[in-house]
Design a protein around this ligand. Structure first.
Ligand SMILES: C[S@@+](CC[C@H](N)C(=O)[O-])C[C@H]1O[C@@H](n2cnc3c(N)ncnc32)[C@H](O)[C@@H]1O
Length: 283
């Protein structure tokens, strides 16, 4: 029979295990995992915990998985992005705070709350980019594209969960291959890591995130080349395309866009001063 354990002791033990694994916010993560297990708001677990609980095995199983560097989003099943909660599994990229720069850029270029416009989201993953824009522009509609069926399932799941059904549809396509129509706003956060650099990334990424969401080929730029072929066809007159890029990739991606007869409108730096987003339109 398992004996009741003081919650505070469980938290301390989990925190010590996460510290030993070299994780950056051990007490915070232990609290998130405990809150997840107990079905409680982690904020209610701030301060010393005097309650006793039975059989914390499931909690310590979660801690063990985190010690093995499984991402928190996979353990919790969600990630906050743009103040919305997106379901996340190992089939999709864990939405990154850096990608919010793309959402901000779209909102600046489409500044009117009630503007009607059509969005295409290349490599939609969780759907975090297109759904965040839809949350801010209630008259906008769109299409999210991914080559991964499993990613499309999660994007659909998030659409229902966040109540955007009817405003967005999802399409299985190798970039622009199956896409027709014309779009005022094209978003793309494609895989852009150089293939041979992936294994050296932190274990959360290299071991647990889908390679399909990371691998940008031999120079990291293959997906920009593939996407750019269809941009002119898919951009509506006056439309704009928004690309997330990796550190140092701006000059090469601008070249690719110019070769596809697009023109750079603006580049946007992230908080670290690195160019993170390129905005382009058609000549
Ligand atoms: C870097 S992730 C971006 C996910 C999401 N948009 C975000 O910002 O978090 C890139 C996405 O592109 C998708 N992808 C990879 N190759 C593709 C292709 N050939 N055609 C369409 N989508 C592709 C992946 O499945 C993945 O969901």
């Amino acid at each position: 029979m398992s004996e009741a354990r003081l919650l505070e002791k469980c938290l301390q033990q989990a925190t010590a295990q996460l510290v030993a694994a070299g994780l950056g916010s051990p007490r915070h993560e232990a609290r998130l995992l405990l809150g997840h297990w107990l079905g409680r708001d982690p904020a209610a677990l701030l301060g010393p915990q005097t309650e006793y609980i039975d059989n914390p095995k499931f909690f310590f199983d979660l801690v063990k998985r985190r010690v093995n560097r499984e991402p928190m989003s996979h353990l919790l099943g969600y990630r906050e992005f743009w103040s919305l909660s997106f379901d996340v599994t190992s089939s999709v990229l864990d939405p990154r705070p850096d990608s919010e720069a793309l959402v901000e850029s779209v909102l600046k270029e489409f500044p009117h709350k009630d503007e009607e416009f059509q969005i295409l989201d290349f490599g939609t993953g969780t759907g975090c980019l297109i759904l965040s824009v839809l949350s801010e522009r209630p008259q906008a509609i769109g299409v999210g594209v991914d080559v991964s069926k499993d990613a499309l399932k999660i994007a659909n799941q998030n659409t229902k969960k966040l109540s955007f059904t009817g405003r967005v549809s999802f399409l299985e396509s190798d970039w622009g291959e199956n896409v027709s129509g014309s779009f005022d706003c094209i978003l793309a956060n494609p895989p852009y890591i150089v293939s041979e650099d992936i294994d050296a990334l932190e274990p959360e990424v290299a071991q647990f995130e889908p390679r399909l969401a990371l691998d940008g080929g031999i120079d990291g730029l293959e997906c920009y080349r593939a996407i750019s072929k269809d941009l002119k066809r898919l951009l509506a007159p006056g439309g704009k395309a928004f690309f997330e890029i990796g550190e140092g990739q701006a000059p090469a991606v601008i070249d690719i866009l110019e070769s596809a007869n697009l023109r750079l409108v603006r580049s946007v730096a992230d908080l670290g001063g690195h160019i993170r987003c390129l905005i382009a339109n058609a000549h």
